[in-house]
Design a protein around this ligand. Structure first.
Ligand code: GCU
Length: 126
């Protein structure tokens, strides 16, 4: 089977809104992060077994400014660039690896600049 897909619009959102005005998203919409440092989306991912996974974040950034985010997995963080994709309707992916625990995992993507995050469509886990 393919990756497990967790839509951003179904996650816990702090300082952001679900929208659907830019085409190309999956599910029923995407999260438009508020343009503030610290805005975040947090997914709850249940893992049958502990171990390494690939996380893929699908996003759009219609500006020319990078909107880096910190990705925290059970409290361990890495920062990734979410550079301009050319249009709000052009979606790209950023991937990283992480170790999941068996059971409940919290995966949080937090904006690190006052521009907020990019628009985020989904998290895929494989
Ligand atoms: C525009 C765009 C939004 C985006 C926002 C931003 O308003 O329509 O989808 O989130 O810019 O800069 O964050």
């Amino acid at each position: 089977s393919g990756p497990a897909v967790y839509q951003a619009e179904d996650a816990t959102i702090s300082q952001g809104v679900v929208e659907s005005n830019h085409a190309g998203y999956t599910g029923t919409g995407f999260v438009n992060y508020d343009n503030v440092t610290g805005s975040y989306v947090e997914w709850t991912v249940n893992a049958a077994t502990a171990g390494p996974v690939t996380l893929e974040l699908r996003f759009a950034n219609g500006t020319t400014a990078n909107r880096p985010m910190t990705i925290a997995v059970n409290g361990t963080s890495v920062t990734r660039d979410f550079t301009g994709t050319g249009a709000w309707t052009t979606w790209q992916t950023v991937t990283l690896t992480a170790d999941l625990a068996q059971g409940v995992n919290k995966i949080r993507a937090t904006a690190t600049t006052s521009n907020g995050g990019p628009n985020v469509d989904r998290l895929s886990v494989s």
